[in-house]
Design a protein. Structure first.
Length: 489
């Protein structure tokens, strides 16, 4: 039946078609074409939106984390929260110039609804800016937040608050945050926000700008480093506060490392704090939460690192879900990935079973910890991996593989990057993590990203718009239409 609600949607669609036709007829040029047209929000638009992005979170990463949870709990029916949401879909991820995307192009698609070239931050290939969902939300008076386990200036968080020709221009991206209006900003990477001679540590800036001081002048509560973790944890917003927390020099620690000391907040803690701050605002909020180090772990072919960060991501999602349970008629949660990393295969050849008991005793990451452990002392290294990586019973074949990598490292021999990865990992750490993967029947096809489609899931008001087989640009467009603004050329 063609009811009032259907008529309203038809009328809006008709007006939009008319505007597109008018633009074409008049021949608007340049940036004018890319100015979003704001329309009235749908009557069923959510007041509170959570946009969870797992960097590198492909189907294999979600699946193996769930299997691992079943392994360690002994409950074969337990699931990741993200895998229980009632609406599910799958997304393609290619960029404008490559089948295999990077996080800048994929993030731009998720944030703006537009394809761009790899490495570009919320600009089209021809250099024109495109508006992000968070920028559009700010224009409508909706409070916003950006949370990440990477540097705040890293590609995925950057696309929501900045526009730059290169993701590598992180000092410039940091400056863009000053003008973003985002009410809650939290993650790592203080090195791009502080002057060269900062009293608490090193800086990557080439000038004497103290952006954290400028944020303070704008009324933000500033938590400048990991030393402020205790203050961040006990902080309670008193009103419509603004917060920036740069809780590490570079990225936040991998979860597998973080929980050994608890010196920095977990992603769940940061997400909970973001909700506490943003829920004080009257017009609702739009909060983007990125788990960025799933990707980093898979670049290093580190199965355990990937699993623990995925589980931490799911715990952060639980904080949003608890909020949803309080306001189910007003809240939307969408969980996506930007691309898959590592080409992670579950089982290979005739190895039809995973053996996840082989990775339950791992206590450290490959990327941040293991790559720094080999210094030429072979006995010390083998002792370390026996104690911290469950390798106390190496076979002769396994030990030979690691010893061969040690020979390459000790003699400074150029090695095959297709076998041992980029040189910043070192051949010894990669040989070790591949031994672990082989034991668990996990296979890797690359140290980079892959082009495989990735899963998406959602729950809440408007969740039905996010199911099915979609391109990543369609997610942002669906979000924009639902929220009442349009991201168009």
């Amino acid at each position: 039946m063609f009811n009032k609600k259907s008529f309203t949607k038809f009328a809006i669609a008709f007006m939009l078609i008319g505007l597109v036709a008018l633009n074409g007829a008049i021949g608007f040029e340049g940036a004018e074409i890319f100015r979003p047209t704001v329309v009235e929000a749908a009557s069923d638009a959510p007041k509170y939106v959570f946009y969870f992005i797992g960097d590198g979170l492909g189907a294999s990463q979600r699946q193996i984390a769930e299997y691992y949870k079943q392994e360690v709990t002994g409950d074969k029916n337990v699931k990741l929260l993200m895998n229980t949401f009632p609406v599910a879909g799958i997304n393609t991820t290619h960029s404008s110039d490559s089948l295999v995307t990077d996080s800048a192009a994929a993030g731009t698609a998720l944030a703006t609804g537009h394809k761009t070239n790899n490495g570009v931050i919320s600009k089209l290939p021809d250099g024109r800016d495109v508006k992000s969902l968070i920028e559009a939300a700010e224009e409508k008076g909706i409070a916003t937040g950006i949370i990440t386990t990477t540097r705040i200036t890293h590609a995925t968080p950057a696309v929501f608050a900045s526009h730059n020709e290169s993701r590598n221009n992180e000092n410039e991206i940091a400056v863009d945050y000053l003008d973003s209006g985002v009410e809650f900003i939290a993650g790592g990477g203080n090195r791009h926000f502080v002057p060269q001679n900062w009293k608490w540590g090193k800086s990557k800036r080439k000038d004497d700008k103290n952006l954290l001081s400028e944020f303070n002048d704008l009324g933000y509560r500033v938590f400048e480093s990991a030393d402020r973790t205790a203050d961040f944890r006990k902080y309670q917003p008193e009103g419509k506060d603004k917060v920036i927390a740069t809780l590490s020099y570079s990225h936040l620690p991998y979860e597998i490392d973080r929980k050994q000391t608890n010196d920095t907040p977990s992603l769940a803690e940061i997400t909970e704090k973001g909700i506490e701050v943003l829920s004080k605002y009257d017009n609702g909020f739009f909060l983007m939460v990125e788990s960025g180090r799933i990707d980093h772990a898979c670049h290093a072919n580190d199965a355990a690192g990937s699993i623990h960060d995925t589980l931490a991501f799911d715990q952060a999602l639980l904080k949003a879900y608890e909020f949803y349970q309080k306001y189910p008629e007003e809240t939307l949660i969408v969980v996506v990935g930007d691309h898959e990393t590592g080409g992670m295969g579950l089982g290979f050849s005739k190895n039809y079973f995973l053996k996840l008991e082989e990775i339950t005793d791992i206590k450290a990451s490959v990327d941040d910890v293991l790559t720094r452990k080999y210094d030429g002392n072979r006995e010390a290294y083998f002792s370390y991996i026996a104690e911290n990586f469950g390798l106390n019973d190496l076979t002769e074949v396994e030990k030979a593989k690691i010893t061969k990598a040690m020979d390459l490292a000790d003699n400074g021999v150029e090695y095959d990057a297709a076998v041992y990865g980029p040189d910043y990992y070192g051949p010894v750490a990669i040989a070790t993590t591949h031994v672990i993967s082989a034991r668990a029947n996990i296979e890797w096809t690359t140290f980079a990203h892959s082009a495989t489609s990735i899963p998406m899931s959602s729950i809440g008001l408007g969740a039905e718009h996010f199911g099915g087989y979609k391109d990543n640009t369609e997610i942002a467009k669906a979000m924009a239409n639902l929220m009442g603004f349009e991201l168009t050329k």
